[in-house]
Design a protein around this ligand. Sequence first.
Ligand code: NAP
Length: 304
Amino acid sequence: MSLPTVSTSTRIGWIGLGVMGAPMCGHLLRQGHPVTVFTRTPSKAASVLAKGAKWVESPLAVAEASEVVFTMVSSPLDVRQVYLGEAGLLKGARSGSLLVDMTTSAPSLAREIFKAARSRGMQSIDAPVSGGDVGAREATLSIMIGGEEEAVDAIVPLLGALGRSIVRQGGPGMGQQAKLCNQIVIAGTMVGVCESLVYGYKAGLNLETMLASITTGAAACWTLTNLAPRILRRNFNPGFLVDHFLKDMGIALDEAAQMGLVLPGLALVQQLYFAVQSQGHGKSGTHALILALERLSNTEIEPR
Ligand code: NAP
Protein backbone atom coordinates (compact mmCIF):
# COMPACT_ATOMS: atom_id res chain seq x y z
CA MET A 1 0.00 0.00 0.00
CA SER A 2 1.52 3.37 -0.98
CA LEU A 3 1.20 5.99 1.73
CA PRO A 4 1.48 9.77 1.32
CA THR A 5 5.01 11.19 1.56
CA VAL A 6 4.67 14.06 3.98
CA SER A 7 5.74 17.56 2.93
CA THR A 8 4.29 21.02 3.62
CA SER A 9 2.05 20.56 0.57
CA THR A 10 0.45 17.38 2.00
CA ARG A 11 -3.31 18.02 2.08
CA ILE A 12 -4.53 17.67 5.66
CA GLY A 13 -8.05 17.15 6.95
CA TRP A 14 -9.07 17.92 10.54
CA ILE A 15 -12.30 16.94 12.32
CA GLY A 16 -13.11 18.07 15.88
CA LEU A 17 -12.14 21.61 16.86
CA GLY A 18 -12.64 21.78 20.61
CA VAL A 19 -10.23 22.56 23.45
CA MET A 20 -7.57 20.22 21.99
CA GLY A 21 -8.36 20.04 18.27
CA ALA A 22 -8.40 23.78 17.52
CA PRO A 23 -4.85 24.58 18.72
CA MET A 24 -3.47 21.29 17.30
CA CYS A 25 -4.96 22.02 13.88
CA GLY A 26 -3.51 25.54 14.18
CA HIS A 27 0.04 24.09 14.47
CA LEU A 28 -0.36 22.23 11.15
CA LEU A 29 -1.70 25.38 9.47
CA ARG A 30 1.34 27.27 10.77
CA GLN A 31 3.58 24.69 9.03
CA GLY A 32 1.98 25.76 5.73
CA HIS A 33 -0.26 22.74 5.03
CA PRO A 34 -3.52 23.22 3.15
CA VAL A 35 -6.10 22.15 5.78
CA THR A 36 -9.77 21.25 5.28
CA VAL A 37 -11.93 21.14 8.42
CA PHE A 38 -15.29 20.02 9.78
CA THR A 39 -16.63 20.06 13.35
CA ARG A 40 -20.11 19.60 14.85
CA THR A 41 -20.57 23.20 16.03
CA PRO A 42 -19.40 25.38 13.10
CA SER A 43 -18.58 28.43 15.30
CA LYS A 44 -15.74 26.43 16.91
CA ALA A 45 -13.91 26.51 13.58
CA ALA A 46 -13.56 30.33 13.67
CA SER A 47 -9.94 30.41 14.93
CA VAL A 48 -8.63 27.96 12.30
CA LEU A 49 -10.68 29.48 9.45
CA ALA A 50 -9.06 32.82 10.34
CA LYS A 51 -5.66 31.11 9.88
CA GLY A 52 -6.59 29.89 6.38
CA ALA A 53 -8.36 26.54 6.86
CA LYS A 54 -11.20 25.65 4.46
CA TRP A 55 -14.63 24.58 5.80
CA VAL A 56 -16.61 21.65 4.35
CA GLU A 57 -19.93 20.15 5.46
CA SER A 58 -19.10 16.53 6.45
CA PRO A 59 -16.34 14.05 7.34
CA LEU A 60 -16.89 12.53 3.88
CA ALA A 61 -16.07 15.89 2.25
CA VAL A 62 -12.99 16.27 4.48
CA ALA A 63 -11.76 12.85 3.32
CA GLU A 64 -12.34 13.70 -0.35
CA ALA A 65 -10.14 16.80 -0.01
CA SER A 66 -7.30 15.25 2.02
CA GLU A 67 -4.41 12.78 1.94
CA VAL A 68 -4.07 12.61 5.74
CA VAL A 69 -7.06 13.13 8.07
CA PHE A 70 -6.83 13.77 11.82
CA THR A 71 -9.81 13.35 14.14
CA MET A 72 -10.03 14.79 17.66
CA VAL A 73 -13.69 14.38 18.62
CA SER A 74 -15.28 13.49 21.97
CA SER A 75 -16.32 9.88 22.58
CA PRO A 76 -16.23 6.44 20.91
CA LEU A 77 -19.79 7.11 19.63
CA ASP A 78 -18.54 10.22 17.86
CA VAL A 79 -15.53 8.37 16.47
CA ARG A 80 -17.85 5.66 15.11
CA GLN A 81 -20.08 8.27 13.46
CA VAL A 82 -17.16 10.22 11.96
CA TYR A 83 -15.42 7.13 10.52
CA LEU A 84 -18.16 4.61 9.82
CA GLY A 85 -21.33 6.76 9.55
CA GLU A 86 -23.39 7.58 6.44
CA ALA A 87 -21.32 10.67 5.60
CA GLY A 88 -18.23 9.24 7.28
CA LEU A 89 -14.55 9.35 6.44
CA LEU A 90 -14.38 5.83 5.02
CA LYS A 91 -17.01 6.75 2.41
CA GLY A 92 -14.93 9.66 1.10
CA ALA A 93 -11.30 8.62 1.57
CA ARG A 94 -9.23 7.37 -1.36
CA SER A 95 -7.08 4.26 -1.37
CA GLY A 96 -3.70 5.22 0.13
CA SER A 97 -5.20 7.77 2.57
CA LEU A 98 -3.95 7.86 6.13
CA LEU A 99 -6.50 8.33 8.95
CA VAL A 100 -5.30 9.31 12.42
CA ASP A 101 -7.66 9.23 15.41
CA MET A 102 -6.32 11.29 18.33
CA THR A 103 -9.55 11.06 20.38
CA THR A 104 -9.34 9.04 23.60
CA SER A 105 -11.51 6.12 22.51
CA ALA A 106 -11.96 2.36 22.87
CA PRO A 107 -9.14 0.03 21.75
CA SER A 108 -11.70 -2.37 20.20
CA LEU A 109 -13.12 0.46 18.05
CA ALA A 110 -9.61 1.41 16.88
CA ARG A 111 -9.11 -2.20 15.74
CA GLU A 112 -12.51 -2.23 13.98
CA ILE A 113 -11.70 0.99 12.11
CA PHE A 114 -8.25 -0.32 11.20
CA LYS A 115 -9.79 -3.43 9.61
CA ALA A 116 -12.49 -1.45 7.75
CA ALA A 117 -9.90 1.06 6.47
CA ARG A 118 -7.50 -1.71 5.46
CA SER A 119 -10.16 -3.48 3.42
CA ARG A 120 -10.56 -0.26 1.38
CA GLY A 121 -6.82 0.22 0.85
CA MET A 122 -6.40 2.91 3.55
CA GLN A 123 -4.36 2.93 6.75
CA SER A 124 -5.68 4.04 10.12
CA ILE A 125 -3.76 4.61 13.33
CA ASP A 126 -4.88 5.44 16.87
CA ALA A 127 -2.82 8.26 18.39
CA PRO A 128 -4.38 9.58 21.62
CA VAL A 129 -2.50 12.22 23.58
CA SER A 130 -1.64 13.36 27.08
CA GLY A 131 -0.54 16.81 28.18
CA GLY A 132 -3.86 18.65 28.43
CA ASP A 133 -4.94 21.97 27.00
CA VAL A 134 -1.51 23.39 27.85
CA GLY A 135 0.24 20.63 25.86
CA ALA A 136 -2.10 21.17 22.89
CA ARG A 137 -1.41 24.93 22.83
CA GLU A 138 2.35 24.59 23.33
CA ALA A 139 2.76 21.51 21.04
CA THR A 140 4.30 19.52 23.89
CA LEU A 141 1.87 16.59 23.90
CA SER A 142 2.84 12.99 24.57
CA ILE A 143 1.42 10.96 21.66
CA MET A 144 0.77 7.22 22.12
CA ILE A 145 0.42 5.37 18.84
CA GLY A 146 -1.12 2.10 17.73
CA GLY A 147 -0.82 0.99 14.13
CA GLU A 148 1.34 -0.63 11.50
CA GLU A 149 4.96 0.51 11.55
CA GLU A 150 4.95 1.80 7.97
CA ALA A 151 1.92 4.03 8.58
CA VAL A 152 3.31 5.31 11.87
CA ASP A 153 6.66 6.16 10.25
CA ALA A 154 4.82 8.06 7.50
CA ILE A 155 2.95 10.22 9.99
CA VAL A 156 5.76 11.04 12.44
CA PRO A 157 6.82 14.29 10.68
CA LEU A 158 3.27 15.66 11.12
CA LEU A 159 2.97 14.49 14.72
CA GLY A 160 6.25 16.31 15.42
CA ALA A 161 4.32 19.58 15.02
CA LEU A 162 1.93 18.56 17.80
CA GLY A 163 3.98 16.86 20.46
CA ARG A 164 7.31 16.20 22.07
CA SER A 165 7.04 12.49 22.82
CA ILE A 166 5.90 10.32 19.90
CA VAL A 167 6.00 6.62 20.71
CA ARG A 168 4.56 3.61 18.85
CA GLN A 169 3.11 1.29 21.49
CA GLY A 170 2.24 -1.59 19.14
CA GLY A 171 -0.40 -2.59 16.59
CA PRO A 172 -3.91 -1.11 16.15
CA GLY A 173 -5.57 -0.23 19.47
CA MET A 174 -2.34 -0.22 21.50
CA GLY A 175 -2.09 3.59 21.50
CA GLN A 176 -5.52 3.64 23.18
CA GLN A 177 -4.38 0.98 25.67
CA ALA A 178 -1.38 3.14 26.67
CA LYS A 179 -3.65 6.19 27.03
CA LEU A 180 -5.91 4.21 29.38
CA CYS A 181 -2.83 3.45 31.53
CA ASN A 182 -2.24 7.21 31.57
CA GLN A 183 -5.82 7.89 32.70
CA ILE A 184 -5.56 5.33 35.53
CA VAL A 185 -2.57 7.28 36.89
CA ILE A 186 -4.37 10.62 36.44
CA ALA A 187 -7.38 9.33 38.42
CA GLY A 188 -5.15 8.46 41.38
CA THR A 189 -3.14 11.68 41.26
CA MET A 190 -6.25 13.85 40.94
CA VAL A 191 -7.85 12.47 44.09
CA GLY A 192 -4.50 12.79 45.90
CA VAL A 193 -4.05 16.42 44.85
CA CYS A 194 -7.62 17.37 45.85
CA GLU A 195 -7.49 15.58 49.21
CA SER A 196 -4.13 17.24 49.93
CA LEU A 197 -5.62 20.71 49.32
CA VAL A 198 -8.68 20.07 51.53
CA TYR A 199 -6.39 18.72 54.25
CA GLY A 200 -3.90 21.61 53.98
CA TYR A 201 -6.72 24.17 54.13
CA LYS A 202 -8.32 22.63 57.22
CA ALA A 203 -4.87 22.37 58.87
CA GLY A 204 -4.47 26.14 58.46
CA LEU A 205 -1.66 26.14 55.90
CA ASN A 206 -1.16 28.88 53.33
CA LEU A 207 -1.91 26.65 50.33
CA GLU A 208 0.29 28.60 47.89
CA THR A 209 3.26 28.28 50.22
CA MET A 210 2.50 24.59 50.74
CA LEU A 211 2.34 24.06 46.95
CA ALA A 212 5.67 25.86 46.48
CA SER A 213 7.22 23.11 48.62
CA ILE A 214 5.43 20.02 47.43
CA THR A 215 5.52 20.76 43.69
CA THR A 216 9.33 20.48 43.90
CA GLY A 217 9.54 17.27 45.97
CA ALA A 218 8.58 13.64 45.43
CA ALA A 219 4.88 14.53 45.03
CA ALA A 220 5.61 16.70 41.97
CA CYS A 221 3.28 15.97 39.03
CA TRP A 222 1.49 17.71 36.15
CA THR A 223 -1.82 17.83 38.03
CA LEU A 224 -0.28 19.49 41.08
CA THR A 225 1.61 22.07 39.03
CA ASN A 226 -1.11 22.94 36.51
CA LEU A 227 -4.45 22.26 38.18
CA ALA A 228 -3.93 22.97 41.91
CA PRO A 229 -3.42 26.72 41.20
CA ARG A 230 -6.69 26.75 39.20
CA ILE A 231 -8.46 25.19 42.21
CA LEU A 232 -7.08 27.92 44.51
CA ARG A 233 -8.47 30.56 42.11
CA ARG A 234 -11.80 28.61 42.03
CA ASN A 235 -11.46 28.54 38.24
CA PHE A 236 -13.19 25.34 37.12
CA ASN A 237 -13.17 26.06 33.38
CA PRO A 238 -11.96 23.09 31.32
CA GLY A 239 -9.12 21.98 30.66
CA PHE A 240 -10.25 18.46 30.47
CA LEU A 241 -14.00 17.90 30.87
CA VAL A 242 -15.40 15.81 33.76
CA ASP A 243 -17.73 14.17 31.18
CA HIS A 244 -14.71 13.10 29.08
CA PHE A 245 -12.82 11.76 32.09
CA LEU A 246 -15.86 9.67 33.08
CA LYS A 247 -15.90 8.38 29.49
CA ASP A 248 -12.23 7.35 29.81
CA MET A 249 -12.65 5.71 33.24
CA GLY A 250 -15.67 3.80 31.88
CA ILE A 251 -13.63 2.51 28.91
CA ALA A 252 -10.73 1.50 31.20
CA LEU A 253 -13.02 -0.30 33.68
CA ASP A 254 -14.81 -2.15 30.83
CA GLU A 255 -11.48 -3.25 29.35
CA ALA A 256 -10.25 -4.28 32.81
CA ALA A 257 -13.39 -6.35 33.41
CA GLN A 258 -12.84 -8.12 30.08
CA MET A 259 -9.30 -8.97 31.24
CA GLY A 260 -10.57 -10.21 34.61
CA LEU A 261 -8.79 -7.35 36.40
CA VAL A 262 -9.93 -5.58 39.57
CA LEU A 263 -9.01 -1.86 39.75
CA PRO A 264 -10.50 -0.66 43.06
CA GLY A 265 -8.68 2.70 43.05
CA LEU A 266 -10.03 3.63 39.63
CA ALA A 267 -13.55 2.43 40.55
CA LEU A 268 -13.55 4.65 43.67
CA VAL A 269 -12.44 7.73 41.73
CA GLN A 270 -15.12 7.00 39.10
CA GLN A 271 -17.76 7.06 41.88
CA LEU A 272 -16.48 10.42 43.17
CA TYR A 273 -16.66 11.82 39.63
CA PHE A 274 -20.25 10.60 39.27
CA ALA A 275 -20.93 12.81 42.31
CA VAL A 276 -19.22 15.78 40.59
CA GLN A 277 -21.32 15.17 37.46
CA SER A 278 -24.57 14.89 39.39
CA GLN A 279 -23.74 18.19 41.13
CA GLY A 280 -23.97 19.79 37.65
CA HIS A 281 -20.25 19.91 36.80
CA GLY A 282 -20.02 17.55 33.82
CA LYS A 283 -18.81 20.44 31.65
CA SER A 284 -16.30 21.67 34.24
CA GLY A 285 -12.62 20.76 34.26
CA THR A 286 -11.56 17.54 36.02
CA HIS A 287 -10.11 19.50 38.96
CA ALA A 288 -13.78 20.15 39.95
CA LEU A 289 -13.33 16.86 41.84
CA ILE A 290 -12.47 19.13 44.78
CA LEU A 291 -16.15 20.18 44.92
CA ALA A 292 -17.32 16.64 45.73
CA LEU A 293 -14.58 16.20 48.34
CA GLU A 294 -15.38 19.55 49.96
CA ARG A 295 -19.02 18.56 50.19
CA LEU A 296 -18.13 15.22 51.85
CA SER A 297 -16.17 17.12 54.53
CA ASN A 298 -18.59 20.05 54.73
CA THR A 299 -15.80 22.52 54.05
CA GLU A 300 -14.92 24.95 51.26
CA ILE A 301 -11.49 26.32 50.43
CA GLU A 302 -11.68 30.13 50.32
CA PRO A 303 -10.74 31.63 46.92
CA ARG A 304 -7.29 33.28 46.69
P1 NAP B 1 -14.01 19.10 23.23
O1 NAP B 1 -13.57 20.47 23.60
O2 NAP B 1 -15.38 18.64 23.60
O3 NAP B 1 -13.79 18.95 21.65
C1 NAP B 1 -14.29 17.90 20.88
C2 NAP B 1 -14.79 18.53 19.60
O4 NAP B 1 -15.19 17.50 18.68
C3 NAP B 1 -16.03 19.41 19.87
O5 NAP B 1 -15.87 20.63 19.23
C4 NAP B 1 -17.15 18.56 19.30
O6 NAP B 1 -18.25 19.29 18.82
C5 NAP B 1 -16.46 17.86 18.15
N1 NAP B 1 -17.21 16.65 17.82
C6 NAP B 1 -17.67 15.70 18.66
N2 NAP B 1 -18.33 14.77 17.98
C7 NAP B 1 -18.31 15.14 16.68
C8 NAP B 1 -18.82 14.59 15.50
N3 NAP B 1 -19.55 13.45 15.53
N4 NAP B 1 -18.60 15.23 14.35
C9 NAP B 1 -17.90 16.38 14.31
N5 NAP B 1 -17.37 16.97 15.40
C10 NAP B 1 -17.57 16.34 16.58
O7 NAP B 1 -13.00 18.02 23.80
P2 NAP B 1 -11.41 18.12 23.95
O8 NAP B 1 -11.10 18.52 25.33
O9 NAP B 1 -10.84 18.86 22.80
O10 NAP B 1 -11.05 16.57 23.87
C11 NAP B 1 -11.08 15.85 22.65
C12 NAP B 1 -10.64 14.40 22.92
O11 NAP B 1 -9.31 14.42 23.45
C13 NAP B 1 -11.52 13.67 23.94
O12 NAP B 1 -11.60 12.31 23.59
C14 NAP B 1 -10.74 13.84 25.23
O13 NAP B 1 -11.02 12.78 26.13
C15 NAP B 1 -9.31 13.82 24.73
N6 NAP B 1 -8.31 14.55 25.53
C16 NAP B 1 -8.61 15.76 26.09
C17 NAP B 1 -7.63 16.43 26.83
C18 NAP B 1 -7.90 17.77 27.49
O14 NAP B 1 -7.14 18.15 28.39
N7 NAP B 1 -8.91 18.51 27.09
C19 NAP B 1 -6.36 15.88 26.99
C20 NAP B 1 -6.08 14.66 26.37
C21 NAP B 1 -7.06 14.01 25.64
P3 NAP B 1 -19.18 20.19 19.79
O15 NAP B 1 -18.41 21.45 19.95
O16 NAP B 1 -20.46 20.32 19.06
O17 NAP B 1 -19.32 19.40 21.10
